[in-house]
Design a protein around this ligand. Structure first.
Ligand code: AMP
Ligand code: ZN
Length: 466
């Protein structure tokens, strides 16, 4: 049984899709006015792990990520660059796909674009107006939150004064006080992108797109809707109001899942602070496997702090996993042992239990790390056979289905080539009785966490455990 923490109700609930094993999942996508940053990377890697895990548990996931290609910020950016919003969107969507690919994120089944759904958006807004949930003003069409009694059920934020007509015209929201919000914005200046509508020329408001595109691609009611915590209010609260008001069906979304924010060195990422890291710059410094491993080390709901130190730690821990897996791949020695298999099976149960419990990855890592220590010990004592190794590898491949950070290549990595080269050189030095130099190599290896044992059968190595 898989349990997820539902922001709606703020409790863990058993995941029971609306339609058997078919699971519909919608995650709010990027506003494509610039290249993606590591905050996006965190959120999309976190949801990629969740999606892949649910797939490995037998759910047939249909996964939709929208692309916001019309937005106040898009218009501002396109004007600054002297290009149209369509050119700006095309450029950044191409970059987004490339970044998602580099991060090992599985493609969504659909990536709907707002500008390709204008007709459906107009129909949706018209229906809300006809049903009495929306009203027209000089500058647009607004959702009347006083007409929707359930307003505030997700975020707990309601209007301070229930007075029709206090409106938010821009996308900048007062985070404490709910107000009527724009469904449609009338064109103010000639150069603003605009489409014909029953209310004259204009463009959609910020929130309507997700109500329209999720219903079009997944149906009026969906299983999982995700995004980072910043979207709970107003975006997701407004989506619920729009969708439930129009369809009359409740709930619009059965499980709301929100990922924690990523900060850099303890601060919110922002251009003005100079700590804004775009995905391609991240990947110049660390490989995608390391970033995934870093994200996967933490719970998806926790706020994460991106620091050089944390990334180096993730890199070194992953390096040890690389060496451990290479050791398993090349393992031929030792007697088969029931105990080693039992360690693997116990870990498999612990990992599945951790992930079934709202994707508790830190608990899964505690179990995996323990397994690594115990199996390394068995290998050192040669109470570990080839088949034990195969079982352990099978299990780690299962973990990698959602992790996508381990490597299972037969050929040796650069790292272990270097390592084996050093071990060989040390053996030669020892044969020549050059103890001082051979000890130096031993110390160098120890500094990397690789411990050498000189046995009557030659040199063996194992990984130092914390
Ligand atoms: P945006 O491009 O700002 O519309 O955001 C696209 C997605 O990335 C949304 O799900 C956001 O909640 C998420 N997101 C934006 N910034 C961050 C951040 N710093 N950390 C985590 N997620 C973020
Ligand atoms: Zn959205």
């Amino acid at each position: 049984m898989v349990k997820v923490y539902n922001t709606l109700g703020r409790e863990k609930q058993e995941l029971k899709p609306l339609h058997g094993k078919n699971l519909s999942m919608y995650v709010c996508g990027p506003t494509v006015y610039g290249p993606g940053h590591i905050g996006h990377a965190r959120t999309y890697v976190a949801f990629d792990i969740i999606r892949r895990y649910l797939e490995s548990r037998g759910f047939n996931v249909k996964f939709v990520v929208n692309l916001t290609d019309i937005h106040d910020d898009m218009i501002k950016k396109a004007n600054e660059q002297g290009i149209t919003i369509f050119e700006l969107a095309d450029k950044n969507i191409a970059l987004f796909f490339k970044d998602m690919d580099s991060l090992g994120i599985k493609k969504a089944d659909v990536y709907p674009r707002v500008t390709e759904h204008i007709g459906a958006i107009i129909d949706f807004v018209k229906e809300l107006q006809d049903k009495g949930f929306a009203y027209e003003t000089d500058d647009g069409v607004y959702f009347d939150i006083s007409k929707f009694p359930g307003y505030g059920k997700l975020s707990g934020i309601k209007a301070k004064e229930q007075k029709t007509g206090t409106r938010v015209e821009t996308d900048k929201y007062d985070k404490e006080n709910a107000k009527d919000f724009a469904l449609w914005k009338k064109q103010k200046q000639e150069n603003e992108p605009a489409w014909d509508s029953p209310w004259g020329k204009g463009r959609p408001g910020w929130h309507i797109e997700c109500s329209v595109m999720s219903s079009k691609h997944l149906g009026e009611q969906i299983d999982i809707h995700g995004g980072a915590v910043d979207l709970i209010f107003p975006h997701h609260e407004n989506e619920i109001a729009q969708s439930e008001a129009r369809s009359g069906k409740e709930p619009f979304v059965k499980y709301w899942i929100h990922s924690g924010f990523l900060n850099v060195d303890g601060q919110k990422m922002s251009k003005s602070l100079g700590n804004f890291i775009q995905i391609p710059d991240l990947l110049k410094k660390y490989d995608a496997r390391t970033f995934r491993f870093f994200v996967a080390g933490l719970h998806y709901r926790s706020r994460i702090d991106f620091t050089e130190k944390a990334m180096e730690k993730a890199k070194n821990t992953l390096k040890k996993w690389d060496l451990f897996i290479e050791r398993l791949l090349g393992w031929k020695d030792g007697d088969e042992s029931k105990e080693a298999d039992a360690v693997v099976e116990k870990t498999r149960e612990e990992v599945n239990a951790a992930l079934d419990d709202d994707f508790m990855l830190p608990n899964a890592w505690a179990a995996l790390q323990k397994m690594q220590t115990e199996l390394n010990k068995s290998m050192g004592e040669e109470t570990f056979g080839k088949e034990n190794g195969e079982h352990a590898l099978d299990f780690l491949k299962q973990v990698n289905k959602f992790l996508q950070a381990f490597k299972f290549e037969q050929e040796k990595s650069e790292l272990s080539k270097e390592l084996l080269g050093l071990i060989k050189k040390r053996e030669e030095l020892r044969a020549e009785k050059k103890w001082e130099e051979s000890d130096k190599i031993r110390d160098e290896l120890a500094a990397q966490g690789v411990l050498i044992d000189d046995t009557p059968n030659g040199t063996k190595w194992h990984l130092q455990q914390k």
